[in-house]
Write a protein that binds this ligand. Structure first.
Ligand code: ZN
Length: 239
């Protein structure tokens, strides 16, 4: 059964709801309804992950196809977007999701903040993609040698201080650092803290958002964590 049929909402209804921004309302008792706009991906969460993994394999091996960058494709997107995955990644310039996963315009709903830190704007953006664009998969993408996580490690260990809004950023990464088992090897500790941060953000997003929780519990949406290696270009799924 396709997701659209499963959710049983017509394109017209979906468009109206999207414009008005009304909550997924027609929920009532039982399984809440979920809108599925015309043209939304028919992939389920695992299908979306396979597509990302295939793109990453092309990237790792230098066999990118750089899809969906043509003039014609660009023009086809004027009427709307139908991304198949949300990628919540770090703002680090070395980890642009479209390149890492070898995808193009309209494919990924990308949200980036240093350390993949979750705040209300970031979470609202994820909710928008899942709720209004019917995206089936959310990937929280951490990466090796993350400067934001590294700063949080240094602050926790009293090696440095941070100021301004950076301190808020670092504070929100600290719980992941504190939950990382001690390791005499700094590089190994940082790698473990990076993975912890991605996993923690994925879990927190579902915990904090009723919209995401409903999508996960009733509509097969998955929120997973993954990690990117700067040297090999490889993305590894963590959850
Ligand atoms: Zn980073």
């Amino acid at each position: 059964m396709t997701r659209r049929r499963l959710f049983g909402i017509t394109a017209g209804t979906a468009a109206t709801l999207a414009v008005t921004g009304a909550p997924a309302a027609a929920q009532g008792a039982g399984t809440p309804a979920r809108r599925s706009p015309e043209g939304a991906t028919e992939l389920d969460a695992e299908g979306a992950w396979r597509k990302l993994a295939e793109g990453n394999r092309r990237f790792v091996t230098g066999r990118q196809v750089h899809p969906h960058e043509s003039l014609r494709w660009r023009e086809s997107l004027v009427q709307g977007q139908h991304p198949f995955a949300v990628v919540l990644g770090c703002a680090d310039s070395r980890v642009p999701p479209e390149l890492v996963f070898d995808h193009g315009l309209g494919d990924l709903f990308t949200i980036r903040s240093a350390g993949e830190v979750l705040d209300t704007s970031v979470l609202g953006s994820v909710e928008y993609a899942v709720e209004h664009l019917a995206v089936p998969l959310v990937v929280v993408l951490g990466h090796a040698k993350c400067g934001a996580v590294s700063a949080a490690v240094d602050v926790v260990r009293g090696r440095t201080q941070v100021y301004g809004d950076v301190s808020a950023l670092v504070r929100s990464i600290e719980p992941a650092v504190l939950a990382t088992p001690a390791d005499a090897d700094d590089a190994r500790f940082l790698a473990a803290a990076v993975n912890n941060q991605a996993k923690r953000v994925a879990a927190l997003a579902v915990e904090r958002s009723v919209t995401l929780r409903t999508a996960v519990q009733h509509h097969g949406v998955k929120v997973i964590a993954a990690s990117y290696q700067l040297d090999t270009g490889e993305v590894t799924r963590l959850t």
